[in-house]
Structure formats: structure tokens, C-alpha cells
Design a binder for this molecule. Structure first.
Ligand code: GLY
Ligand code: MN
Ligand code: MN
Length: 437
């Protein structure tokens, strides 16, 4: 019930800024066929979920400020006992009102009959403009069918506006309820990373380590992964989004795990890198310590009022100086930073927003400038250094070392809170945890 209030408050906030001449139309996620008659697991559209908490496909939510039938209308699937025997419960129209707080609900197959009337008198239509051709087509056809009334003097839609920026600005700031869910997603995911460290052995397959992560996610309440787990040993650690996970883990190599569970729709996104046999080599130590120092400095920069790129600004000098000290880069620090010489080794951003989506919504710039961090935002900090075996500019003793360290950080009123702090990242702590195997 508390959850329902949360969803209702979100709708109210959005309704209060839409304006009385507006209507907002939000579409559910779509079921995708995998092969023959088997489907991929259904994943709800996160904007739709954020506003409704409704987790079925084939649904459309309509928000109408001061609407005649109410302000929240849900179109959804009909109850169907024959289908429900196979696929499970559907809320139907009664459930839409009783369980999800809709003011009115209609079967989704009747939407074309109802939408023109709901749009009548509304000049602004908020919907995901230009994201899916079929959606554009339907909204335009509902709007076109109003033309006759327009000739009779009734205002019809004039502006079609993407709901994104308004809604995504709301999603960027996490409520206390959301913070609690994200803490839990990160706590469970940290535990899964600890388990992976504790069971890892040379000659295991990468997917076997992945199985340990999934086991720990699911037995603790994460129904699924927030994104495909990356488990890359040796050279695979240098492939940023490696998800094949089908090679053996070799004695003497590092393994990079980037994995997070999804808890009640909220993502965690954690990366740890550790030695397959439990002991870092001198070269692995040297690279690891640079990345760790950079990551810690990046996190330390986080507090309200600093711009988004303060994190990257803290990371880059440490990575560049570290590579100079190891004679991987040669030259003057400022010049190398200016030339972005680090991009040969650290080629991605410092992180991203985190929330319902792993790469969560919300703008990074405002009026062309990096926006300031504010309390309630959650972001990742994830520097890395990757030296693949084909990097001919680097002595071969550094080859096949890929290190990334990633934590999830909540911006508090006074600074920050690391949500994923339960999994060690200091070398000695990792080695100690692995020594207990
Ligand atoms: N797991 C994807 C990322 O770290 O951005
Ligand atoms: Mn990330
Ligand atoms: Mn990640």
C-alpha cells in the first residue's frame, strides 16, 4: 500500500506540472519473441513502471490533469481465464482500479475508441515522440480523428512534446523509498561479488563464476540481473562489455567482474577486479593501485554543488601520473592530460546515473554546461585501465591486464554514501577474503 502511495505521489507531481491543457500518454514495455513460441523475459518500460507500478505488457497509462473521468486512466489486458491458466494472473480492469489506483480502466483492445475523446480539448500531448514509429502513428491517428470536432470549435492537439525531460528529471532524484531499494540492490550485489571472490579458482569457466553471482542475486531477492554480467579473465578483461563469459579462468590472470542485480526494478552496477589465484602479481598490483587511487579520488569529489565532470577531473591526473610512473606513458603530466593520452588505456567515462535503468535517465548537461551534483542523485564511479596484448606501444609485461573498479554512490546533503561499500576493493582485503577459500 505504501508503494501505491509512492506511485500516486509521482503521478500527482507530474500532473501538477503538465498544465490543464495537456494529456500525457505512457506506453508499457513490449514482449519480444526469442524463437518459435518462446519469449524473452518481459521487462517493463521503466517510465511506465515509475508512474504506475504496473508490471504487465500491453498497457497504456494516460494522465489527464482535471480529467472528466479522473486523472489516471489505464488501458490494459482483459482478464482471460483460459490464458491465465497458462501464463498467470492478469489484473484486468477491476484490478487496475483496485490494486493500482486507476480512476478508470478499459481493455487495451478498446483504446482506439476512447483516446480521441480523452484528447479532446487538450492542446499539448506529452508522449515519447519519435521513439517508435508505431507509437507516433497511433497518437497521430487519435489526434487526426478529432478534426471534425475542431471544425466545431473544440481545441485539438497542437503540440506533441516528449515527456522525457520532465519525467527523467523526476527520476534523477531518488525518493527515500527509492534510496532504500537501491541500497538493497547494492547490498545484495556486493554480497554476490564477495561470493565470486570466495569461490574463484584457476580453471573454472567464466560462466561458472557468473552462475555464482546469479545464485547469490536470486537467493537474496534480486529476481534477475540488472544487465548481462561481465566476467572476463585475462585478455577478456580488456573488452569493456564482454558478456560471452565462455573461457576458462587461468592461473596468474586477473578476472574482471561487472555485475549487478535488479531489486524491485532498481539496478546495482558494481565492478571488481581480482586475481584468479588470489594473489596479485607485481604488474597487476601496480596497475590496480592506480585505478583504485583514481576511483577513491573520484568518489571523494562527490558532494552537492560540484559539477558532474569533477569526478573525471579527479580521476584523469591520477591515471595519467600513474602511467608515467610505470613508464607506460612518457612526457609531462599536463601535456599528456591535454593530449588525452590516457584514452589509450582509459577510454570510457567516469560513470553514469543509476536507478531503474543501469544507465539511468537524466541529463548530464544544462545550458551546455555539466550540471551540478545534487542530493538525491545516484551515480557510478568506474575508472579503469585496459592494456590489451595488441597494444604494441607498451612493454609486454603489462599485456592482458584490464582493471576496472566501480561503485554506486548516492549524493547526500553533505557529501556522499557509497551504496556498494560491502565488497572489498583494497588489495590486502581482497587477498585476505580469497585466502579463506
Ligand atoms: N555495467 C555497465 C556499466 O558499467 O556501465
Ligand atoms: Mn556502470
Ligand atoms: Mn558496470
Amino acid at each position: 500500500m505504501q508503494e501505491q502511495q509512492e506511485f500516486q505521489q509521482r503521478r500527482q507531481r507530474l500532473l501538477s506540472v503538465l498544465g490543464d491543457d495537456a494529456i500525457a500518454i505512457i506506453f508499457s514495455g513490449v514482449e519480444y519473441l526469442r524463437s518459435a513460441d518462446a519469449y524473452y523475459p518481459f521487462s517493463q518500460n521503466k517510465d511506465f513502471y515509475y508512474l504506475t507500478g504496473f508490471n504487465e505488457p500491453e498497457a497504456v497509462a494516460v494522465l489527464i490533469p482535471n480529467g472528466q473521468e479522473g486523472e489516471f486512466i489505464l488501458f490494459n489486458r482483459r482478464r482471460d481465464p483460459a490464458k491465465e491458466v497458462w501464463d498467470g494472473y492478469r489484473a484486468g480492469q477491476e484490478g487496475a482500479c483496485a490494486e493500482y489506483g486507476a480512476d478508470a480502466a478499459y481493455p487495451i483492445d478498446e483504446i482506439d475508441q476512447h483516446m480521441p475523446a480523452l484528447m479532446l480539448g487538450r492542446t499539448k500531448v506529452f508522449y515519447p515522440v519519435g521513439e517508435m514509429a508505431q507509437v507516433d502513428q497511433r497518437v497521430l491517428s487519435w489526434s487526426a480523428s478529432l478534426r471534425r470536432q475542431v471544425r466545431a470549435g473544440v481545441p485539438a492537439p497542437q503540440e506533441f512534446i516528449s515527456l522525457g525531460s520532465m519525467l527523467h528529471e523526476m527520476r534523477l532524484f531518488k525518493s527515500e523509498h527509492e534510496q532504500a531499494l537501491m541500497r538493497e540492490a547494492a547490498r545484495i550485489s556486493a554480497q554476490a561479488h564477495c561470493r565470486a571472490m570466495q569461490v574463484c579458482q584457476p580453471d573454472m569457466m567464466e560462466y561458472q563464476l557468473e552462475a555464482e553471482l546469479v545464485y547469490e542475486f536470486q537467493r537474496n531477492g534480486c529476481r534477475r540481473v540488472a544487465y548481462d554480467s561481465i566476467v572476463g579473465g585475462g585478455s577478456n578483461a580488456c573488452i569493456l562489455h564482454y558478456i560471452r563469459n565462455d573461457q576458462a579462468l587461468c592461473d596468474g590472470d586477473l578476472v574482471l567482474i561487472d555485475a549487478g542485480g535488479e531489486y524491485k526494478q532498481y539496478a546495482a552496477d558494481i565492478t571488481r577486479t581480482f586475481p584468479v589465484n588470489g594473489r596479485f602479481t607485481p604488474e597487476q598490483k601496480a596497475i590496480y593501485d592506480i585505478v583504485l587511487a583514481a576511483q577513491v579520488a573520484g568518489i571523494e569529489a562527490i558532494r552537492p554543488g560540484v559539477p558532474w565532470d569533477a569526478v573525471q577531473a579527479a580521476i584523469v591526473p591520477i591515471i595519467t601520473q600513474g602511467l608515467i610512473d610505470l613508464e607506460i606513458l612518457y612526457g609531462d603530466l599536463d601535456t599528456l592530460i591535454e593530449q588525452k593520452a590516457y584514452e589509450n588505456f582509459y577510454l570510457h567515462r567516469s560513470g553514469h546515473w543509476l536507478g531503474l535503468d543501469v544507465h539511468d535517465v537524466g541529463s548530464y548537461k544544462q545550458n551546455g554546461q555539466w550540471r551540478d551534483l545534487q542530493a538525491g542523485m545516484v551515480l557510478t564511479v568506474e575508472p579503469g585501465i585496459y592494456i590489451a596484448a595488441d597494444n604494441q606501444a607498451v612493454d609486454e609485461r603489462w599485456w592482458n591486464i584490464g582493471v576496472r573498479i566501480e561503485d554506486d554512490v548516492f549524493v547526500t546533503e553533505n557529501g556522499h554514501e557509497v551504496l556498494s561499500a560491502d565488497v572489498p576493493k583494497a588489495r590486502a582485503e581482497i587477498e585476505a577474503l580469497m585466502a579463506g577459500r
